[in-house]
Each structure stands twice: as C-alpha cells, then as structure tokens.
Design a protein around this ligand. Structure first.
Ligand code: ADP
Ligand code: MG
Length: 259
C-alpha cells in the first residue's frame, strides 16, 4: 500500500544573518495509512520544523516530501495541522472558531455543524458554544483548536503538543478520546509530544530525534498488546514500563548532544 507520508533525504537549514542552522538533516521516513506516529526528542531537534514541512508550510532546502503519493508544496485540506500555539479569533465565538476550517474549505453544512457541536461536547466544552475565547481558560482554548482541526476530518492529522497545557486528568481523557476518534475514522496521525508515556500509549511507532543536526536517532515499535488498549490502560500493560525506560535512556543520550 502507498504510504500516506513519505520523506526522502529531507534536509532543512534556516538561514540566519550570520550563519545557517541545520534544523533537520537527511530524514527518511514513511508512514502508512491509519498509522499513529509520535515524534519525541530534546527541544530544538527539529520536530516542529518537520511537521511544518509535511504540512506544506515550509519548503525543505533539500529532499522530497510526498503526501498521498503527491509532492507537497502548499497546505491542503486533507492535512489538518494544529500548531504548537494555535490562536483562536477573539471576535468569533467558540462555535464560530470551531467551524472555521469547515467554512474555509466550503464544507459547512447542517450535519457538519451538528457533528462539531457534538465534538465540542466530547471535549468537555458543552454550553461554551456562544462564549468568546477570552472567557475560557488556556486549556479550554487549546481544546477548541483541537476541535477545529478535527472538524474537517482530515485524512492526515499533524499535532504539535496539543495536550501540553492541560491538567493531567483532562489530558488523559483527551488522549483516549482523540485516539478512539482517529482509530474509528482511520486517520493517519503524527503527534509531537515531550511526554514519553503519552507517546508510547497512543502510538504504533515512536520516533526519537536528536539535535544538532536534527536526525532520527532511533525508532521504537510499540507492541500490539499495548497498542490495542485505550491509552489510559496502555500504561498498565506488561512491557510498558520497560519500553518507557528504553526510550528514556536513549532520549537522555540524545539530549546530551545538545550541550
Ligand atoms: P523542536 O520543535 O524540536 O523544538 P524546531 O523545529 O522548532 O525544534 O527547531 C529546530 C532548530 O531550528 C532549532 O535549532 C531552532 O533554533 C531552529 N529554528 C526553528 N525555527 C527557526 C526559524 N524560524 N528561524 C531560525 N531558526 C529556527
Ligand atoms: Mg517545537
């Protein structure tokens, strides 16, 4: 089967005034349909750069990127990207913000509106439809951004630390909800997270990047026994703690490259 995402020899350098910094170098990666992949690694190892490249927002200095078998040069409606800091429009209500993607892609109809209201409810935002972003907490606003990204039902979803500002309890609930929603829809997803236990609990594969330059250090495949249960229970499965320590140790070594 054709991979959904394919990167071949992707290198990206940011050009500064005095020097060029190599954010990612010679990345090769292939992600299959319906696969859930997490990107982890020390700060500055190129995670956000990589997502922006896959989203078509950033042209790499070198290499080929294709999504659904086509070279990607621009953002496309089949790719949903929730940025690390995703801003809501302050003058739009919560529901109007959540419907924005559907509106922009010309897919706003009664059924999609109803599904979006339902999704807001699933995310614990029932009754907030007519509120404005300034009336919500940071964690709530982040959940609205997540609903906005999910509402268009993209085939490929790119998430940059979507749960990082949330309370632990809510974060665990949302991991379950998002993971279940994506599994049901058959969505392919790439999640950037600094939470290793989250990465292992939700993914088929965990890709560890190292900095200076950003490269793939190691790929961990999550065993089916962990994968088949909801993220909340995955943490209790045999083998989870061992895998966590394995990734952790490797991450520490990757981190020592940055000093
Ligand atoms: P991560 O998301 O893993 O923390 P980034 O992709 O944001 O990493 O950054 C990778 C490297 O590229 C870092 O060294 C960072 O300083 C640099 N970088 C990121 N964005 C820019 C930019 N817009 N201009 C210059 N350098 C950048
Ligand atoms: Mg980042």
């Amino acid at each position: 089967m054709l991979p959904v995402v394919e990167l071949k020899g992707v290198t990206h350098a940011y050009l500064g005034e005095r020097e060029a910094s190599l954010a990612v170098e010679d990345l090769n990666l292939s992600i299959g349909s319906g696969e859930f992949v997490s990107l982890v690694g020390p700060s500055g190892c190129g995670k956000t750069t990589l997502l922006s490249i896959i989203a078509g927002l950033l042209q790499p200095s070198e290499g080929e990127v294709s999504v659904y078998g086509r070279p990607i040069h621009n953002p496309s409606p089949e790719i949903g990207y929730m940025l690390q800091q995703d801003y809501l429009f302050p003058w739009r209500t919560i529901l109007e913000n959540a419907l924005l993607g559907l509106e922009l892609t010309g897919n706003l109809n009664e059924e999609n509106r109803r599904k979006t209201v339902e999704l807001l409810g699933d995310m614990g935002l029932a009754g907030k439809e007519d509120a404005y972003p300034s009336q919500l907490s940071g964690g709530m606003r982040q959940r609205v951004a997540l609903v906005r990204t999910l509402a268009t039902d993209p085939g490929l979803l790119l998430l940059d630390e979507p749960f990082s500002a949330l309370d632990y309890q809510i974060k665990l609930q949302l991991e379950d909800l998002v993971s279940e929603t994506l599994r049901r829809r058959g969505t392919t997803a790439i999640l950037v997270t600094h939470d290793l236990s989250e990465a292992i609990a939700v993914s088929n594969r965990v890709i560890l990047l190292e900095p200076n330059p950003g490269r793939i250090r190691k790929v961990f495949t999550v065993p089916e026994s962990i994968r088949e249960v909801p993220p909340l229970y995955a943490r209790d499965q045999p083998g989870f703690a061992e895998l966590f320590h394995e990734v952790w140790k490797e991450m520490e070594q990757a981190g020592s490259k940055s000093v």
